[in-house]
Write a new protein. Structure first.
Length: 60
């Protein structure tokens, strides 16, 4: 369960970093923020897939 919170936290950290980059015109922070968001979202998708597969296995 903590992985899910860490992944969401990474996504939120990325949003915050991108927002600061937008506010200050810092392109590096904008890019890093977008990358952090993408990484967090991808990890969350992986967790959802694992949960779905586990649910299928539990039905068998």
């Amino acid at each position: 369960m903590s992985d899910k919170f860490e992944n969401k936290g990474e996504e939120l950290k990325g949003r915050a970093k991108e927002a600061v980059g937008d506010a200050t015109g810092n392109e590096q922070w904008q890019a890093e923020g977008k990358a952090d968001q993408a990484k967090g979202s991808l990890k969350q998708a992986g967790e959802k897939i694992k949960d779905a597969v586990k649910g299928i296995k539990d039905k068998d």
